[in-house]
Design a protein around this ligand. Structure first.
Ligand code: ZN
Length: 380
């Protein structure tokens, strides 16, 4: 059985250990050691990564009671290796995981709801709660959780006797009968947990509840702590600063500025639509009647105004009334006719003018990769 250094020293960043086994699995190597500070994935927290000698450990998992360090290169059984954790990553996770205990404990004591799911990703941490909470509830939890950080109390982790455990009101997702490990954030939470935590609440740094949504009869809360919260603050600050500069608005007023801009943009889109419609009608009105085909090239028209153009000009046309927007190699078209079955002709048009389109016998639309000269020589 591997000695789990992280149970007694969550801040152990490096250690020496003997290689007990090295097994090749799907092109990777599963290394077992006599002792390790690498925490294997569990309780919603990913497994640790780092180095064992020259071999990179990209994941750590526990399987059949054995801790496996996954590497891409093998190690020699019997050798002593120096293990080094990616501790910056581990510390971020310990901060978030420990923050989760305080938040879950507070929600349990204030509202009686349970933590029924926890995920600690690289950029997002979620806690699923068994009951519905409001924004005001969560602001209260956040405030109290950060008070807990300011108190900077010691976190305790231990293996209680069955008798001691029976007398304690601890939270647990599963009924654990053997090897129960309890973690206590005094005054806030006692919980069965196998993961490493910070030593004092102050090491969490900060707890920020970001957002929440209804989820399976309760709520899913997005949360960040410590270093992850600082990184998130930096990226949000950078984004808001840039938006503020682009809009010449104060940072606290960017939402109103974007709303204003969105309104202006919608008005421009409506104006542009009206102008395209007017252009289509003007082009149709200026065309001379013909018994043959009638072609229009109007680069800026969209699908709606192309249709307006052919519909308006159709009474002047005995053949195919066709309108094209775009430019050589990339035309959009709309064609209408009172005399030619366009649905039947669509295949020939597509083949001749390198495009595709479809519609009804009276009207087809689509796009063509042909040039204006090719279109004119085919349709005129
Ligand atoms: Zn824990």
């Amino acid at each position: 059985m591997t000695e789990k250094i992280y149970y007694t020293d969550a801040f152990c960043k490096a250690f020496d250990a003997r290689v007990l086994a090295c097994e090749e699995i799907n092109g990777h190597f599963a290394i077992r050691l006599d002792r390790t500070a690498f925490f294997p994935e569990g309780g919603g927290q990913f497994g640790d990564s780092g180095m064992l000698g020259d071999a990179e450990v990209f994941d750590t998992q526990e399987k059949d009671g054995e801790i496996r360090h996954y590497t891409r290169t093998p190690l020699t059984v019997g050798d002593t290796v120096h293990g080094v954790l990616d501790f910056a990553k581990r510390f971020r996770r310990m901060q978030c995981h420990s923050g989760e205990h305080i938040v879950s404990g507070l929600i349990h004591s204030l509202y009686g709801f349970d933590n029924v799911g926890f995920h600690l990703g690289e950029e997002d941490v979620t806690i699923d709660i068994s009951g519905v909470l409001t924004d005001a509830d969560l602001r209260r939890v956040e405030e109290l959780a950060n008070e807990a950080i300011a108190k900077d109390f010691s976190v305790r982790a231990w293996f209680p006797s069955a008798k001691e455990a029976a007398a304690l009101p601890y939270r647990a997702k599963l009924a654990i009968t053997e090897g129960l490990r309890l973690v206590e954030f005094p005054g806030y939470d006692i919980c069965a947990c196998c993961a490493p935590h910070v030593n004092t609440s102050g090491q969490i740094g900060v707890i920020k509840l970001l957002d929440f949504a209804n989820y399976k009869g309760g709520v899913r809360i997005h949360m960040l702590c410590g270093e992850m919260a600082r990184g998130d603050y930096h990226s949000r600050y950078t984004a808001v600063k840039k938006i503020s500069e682009l809009l010449s608005a104060k940072q606290g007023e960017v939402a109103e500025a974007v709303e204003r801009l969105k309104g202006e943009n919608e008005a421009h889109i409506r104006e542009l639509g009206a102008l395209k419609k007017a252009l289509a009608e003007t082009l149709a009105a200026s065309a001379a009647p013909t018994e043959g085909n009638l072609l229009f090239f109007a680069p800026l028209l969209d699908a709606v105004s192309l249709r307006t153009l052919v519909n308006t000009a159709l009474p002047k046309c005995g053949g195919i009334c066709a309108a094209f927007s775009g430019s050589d190699g990339a035309y959009n078209f709309c064609m209408a006719s009172k005399t030619v079955n366009l649905k039947q002709k669509a295949k020939e048009i597509s083949e001749t003018l390198h495009g595709r389109g479809g519609g009804s016998p009276e009207m087809i639309s689509g796009n063509l990769a042909a040039s204006r000269a090719e279109i004119e020589s085919y349709l005129q």
